[in-house]
Design a protein around this ligand. Sequence first.
Ligand SMILES: N[C@@H](CCC(=O)N[C@@H](CS)C(=O)NCC(=O)O)C(=O)O
Length: 218
Amino acid sequence: MALLLWSHPYAGYGQKAAVALYELGLTFELRLVDGSPDVMARFMAVSPFGKMPALVDTDAGRTVIESSIVIEYLDGLAGGGRLFPADAAQALEVRLIDRILDTYVGGPMNRIVFNRLGRAGEPHAGAMANDERELATAWDMLEARLSDGRTWAAGESFSLADCGAAPLMTYARRLVPFGDRPFLRAYHARLMARPSFVKALEDAAPFGDLMPASPAQD
Ligand SMILES: N[C@@H](CCC(=O)N[C@@H](CS)C(=O)NCC(=O)O)C(=O)O
């Protein structure tokens, strides 16, 4: 079985998939999306929106895009039920937090970064302020849910939601700090110590710091 992961080790959503691969103990080959024209041509054929990660399972002849779907596919390959709880209520919580992270953390984060890099045209202060408010709302919502004392995003088992939380929170806190949200801070510290995320960060380290933001302030 060959699993080809089209990604870049620095990319937040790419790290989300990498964390899942390391959690599940699945070996994979990185297809580095390095921006060169020939690589981009092949990558766009696999991932038509040009978004990382994209997974190709050569044995099954399948291509899977969208990080959460990639992780659901990987979980199935590893036997199922590892990153998705069997309990229906817990599974809903996992999916809800995964959606909050993708939509209201990764979304504003990418828009602010694109704005700062000038990829969205002239940087738009009003749009960035809206995105910062959205991030702060996401922090509030996560803080409220974590305040019940849960260890991981959706309970006591490390899940899909934590795979995304690790990279997305690590990058987004550089745009909107965690501030006075002790449960969020403690949860993020647990993510930083998780071996699968430590490995993903090690993979990214050789590429340096590509984010147009100062280091985390708090
Ligand atoms: N909803 C997508 C988002 C993926 C995404 O935004 N990936 C970023 C990297 S973190 C990307 O490929 N950006 C390249 C670009 O937009 O040009 C997912 O969950 O996979």
